[in-house]
Design a protein around this ligand. Structure first.
Ligand SMILES: Cc1cc2nc3c(=O)[nH]c(=O)nc-3n(C[C@H](O)[C@H](O)[C@H](O)COP(=O)(O)O)c2cc1C
Length: 189
């Protein structure tokens, strides 16, 4: 897949088929994530990839993140309550995705902002690689509100959760959001 085509064609997918993607494909996507740039080349990302019955138990926890984002969601989408309703349904089962990726960073002597950007770069690589493999995914930070419970369930300590990414074969065609104009300033051309 052409890189520009992948960048423009990637969409957030929030409804998935139940068939699990091959483990090899998931491994490839995660490998691509780890080829991202990182602050001071520390590569201090850490991913926990969950499928099967374990995944269902974790979705029970991540779904609680919705309560924390609902007030802001209702405010931002005051004129489009369908988005709020759709998001509520999505969070219940994370779209029925067969695979969940929990994206963490290991704290370093660098500022947390740097580590967050490091993990964000890796997540974008992951999303593009998933798209290139014919899979859908969605970057979600809503579940981070219940990070403590998630970490407990996963047995994770001394790492910071940045996002949760459900992955699977898409069972929807996502709308293409329009680009906002005037977001770049040029000088000296
Ligand atoms: C930092 C970040 C956090 C996000 N958190 C959520 C989330 O909690 N729930 C959700 O449904 N989508 C989430 N998204 C996905 C955005 O809603 C989505 O990228 C945006 O609507 C644009 O759609 P597109 O990805 O199809 O281009 C998040 C995206 C980013 C980059």
């Amino acid at each position: 897949m052409d890189l520009y085509e992948a960048i423009k064609g990637r969409r957030s997918v929030r409804k998935f088929k139940s068939d699990p993607p091959p483990k090899k494909t998931i491994e490839k996507i995660l490998e691509m994530a780890t080829w991202a740039p990182s602050g001071m080349n520390l590569q201090n990302w850490y991913f926990v990839v969950i499928a099967g019955d374990r995944k269902d138990a974790l979705v029970e926890i991540t779904s609680k993140g919705y309560d924390h984002i609902e007030p802001v969601l209702k405010d931002v989408f005051a004129d489009n309550p369908m988005v709020v309703e759709f998001t509520r349904k999505f969070f219940k089962r994370l779209g029925g995705a067969p695979v969940l990726v929990f994206a963490y960073y290991e704290p370093t002597k660098e500022r947390p902002e740097t580590s967050i950007q490091t993990v964000a770069a890796a997540i974008e690589n992951l999303l593009l690689a998933a798209h290139a493999e014919g899979l859908g995914a969605c970057w979600t930070t809503g579940p981070v509100h219940v990070a403590r419970e998630i970490n407990e369930a996963l047995g994770i300590r001394d790492k910071t959760l940045v996002a949760v990414i459900p992955i699977g074969y898409p069972d929807q065609s996502s709308p293409v959001p329009k680009r906002k104009p005037n977001r770049v300033m040029y000088e000296g051309f």
